[in-house]
Design a protein. Structure first.
Length: 186
């Protein structure tokens, strides 16, 4: 019987930038608050967000982000690992696959250091199209393999097209989407 403790890892990604996409960064910050409240250690959470909203000139409350699910400041205390130009598909895949060498000197350099028995929760809030997730300045095909149990939650246009593209080795992965393959999230 394997007694190795199972760790829960979390990768939170806002795949957009600019004031018009306020909700994506607010969603990620709100998710951060929820996973911390549920006792996931900060060192097992990686956050990728452009971080151009909280201190944006259009923000009437500088340094504050309010999520649609909460009237509280969800920005406070969020450990942001990759911001600005560091929010890229390449860095996303490097973080997810634990490739520390690829992100050395970039952002915090933190990656998901999971073991085969661990679980990974990915929450991506942003834009997408069939077969792709959009990042601030480029896209990534959601066509990668993993040996971990992954829960994938996406809030994007056409997110329903993404779940089947994840190639689980374990067979127990759970993709969750909020729209079907052809719909838009407004």
């Amino acid at each position: 019987m394997d007694t190795t403790p199972v760790k829960q890892w979390v990768l939170l990604v806002a795949g957009s930038k600019t004031w018009d996409d306020y909700c994506d960064q607010a969603n990620i910050c709100h998710a951060y608050q929820i996973v911390r409240r549920n006792k996931i250690p900060a060192e097992q959470i990686v956050v990728m967000m452009y971080d151009d909203i909280a201190h944006n000139d259009r923000n009437p409350t500088p340094g504050v982000l309010i999520s649609s699910q909460s009237e509280l400041n969800v920005y406070e205390g969020v450990q942001k690992d990759y911001t600005g130009e560091d929010v890229t598909p390449k860095n996303f895949l490097s973080v997810l696959t634990g490739n520390e060498a690829a992100v050395r000197g970039i952002g915090s350099g933190r990656v998901i250091k999971s073991k085969p028995q661990d679980n990974i929760f990915i929450y991506f809030s942003g834009h997408g199209s069939e077969g792709q997730l959009s990042f601030p300045d480029s896209n990534v095909s959601n066509n990668f393999e993993t040996s971990h149990d992954i829960s994938l939650r996406m809030v994007t246009c056409a997110s329903g097209s993404e779940g089947y593209r994840l190639k689980p080795i374990s067979g127990r992965d759970l993709p969750l989407q909020c729209s079907n393959g052809g719909s838009k999230v407004l």
